[in-house]
Design a protein around this ligand. Structure first.
Ligand code: HEM
Length: 234
């Protein structure tokens, strides 16, 4: 084996680890965000207080919105690391299965002639959909430039107005299904990369964990939009 090949292989492992760690960091954020959203059931005062707290956290040591900006920078770094490793790994994968370099996994299911697994398809296209959703979501509930049902300085009213519209409930549902599929495969893949691939039992546990994380996050996020739409909140 040439020196160059060893280096490339090492860096592929490093990229997979970067992808796994940055992904798990975002899963942590999603669990906290999902829990925070459930405060909508406690009413406008509690929900808006929570949003205000996020901005005054760490004061006076940190400036106003200081802690929030730290979270934003860490999240942005995680997204950049995740997308970067995804793009580089996908390019390497395509090169490795290109005609001439040993067409492994030949298949008629894909027009390129190589097997495309359900998981890799969900992860790549799901990732693109989630990325677009995050931009839309920030314009909707953070900056409130997209404000169906009416704009408001109150985060609670923004959420209530947003999910009074059926098409917004539908849009968020589709985005969260993409998040769910992405997490089901992503958590599993991250676990395999980080060393859970040791026994049949470990793989089975990882599979259960991946379904649980994906299910809890998807359903937990979907409860407020549907509850608001059907008039069970406020
Ligand atoms: C029904 C589902 C969701 C609801 C109701 C919701 C609600 C909100 C609200 C109200 C804010 C603004 C918070 C504030 O300004 O105080 C926000 C911000 C944000 N949400 Fe969501 N969210 C949902 C799903 C998601 C998902 C699935 C993701 C990621 C994939 C996400 C990522 C973010 C991010 C990154 C911010 C910006 C935080 C910041 O920098 O201020 N949200 N969300």
């Amino acid at each position: 084996m040439t020196k160059q090949r060893v280096g490339a292989r090492r860096s592929t492992v490093a990229l997979k680890a970067l992808m796994a760690v940055s992904g798990l960091l975002m899963v942590g954020y999603l669990l906290l965000h999902m829990y925070g959203n459930l405060k909508v059931f406690s009413g406008q005062v509690k929900f808006d207080e929570y949003s205000h707290h996020l901005r005054t956290l760490g004061e006076p040591i940190l400036p106003y919105e200081g802690a929030l900006w730290i979270i934003r920078v860490v999240l942005l770094a995680a997204i950049i690391a995740h997308v970067y490793s995804a793009v580089v790994l996908t390019i390497r994968d395509r090169k490795a299965t290109r005609v001439g370099s040993g067409p492994r996994y030949k298949s008629k299911q894909n027009k390129r002639g190589f097997q495309r697994t359900y998981a890799s398809f969900t992860l790549r296209w799901g990732g693109v959909i989630i990325f677009l959703f995050i931009i839309f979501h920030l314009l909707n509930l953070t900056t409130n430039d997209i404000a169906p049902g009416g704009a408001s300085p109150s985060p609670y009213v923004r959420v209530m107005n947003t999910f009074s519209e059926w098409y917004m409930v539908l849009a968020y549902t589709l985005a969260l299904l993409a998040v769910g599929f992405h997490l089901r495969h992503g958590v599993w893949a991250a676990g395999m990369t980080l060393g859970a691939n040791t026994s049949v039992k470990a793989r089975r546990n990882l599979n259960v964990l991946a379904y649980a994380v994906a299910g809890i996050i998807t359903l937990g996020f979907l409860v407020p939009p549907f509850a608001i739409f059907f008039g069970w909140v406020g």
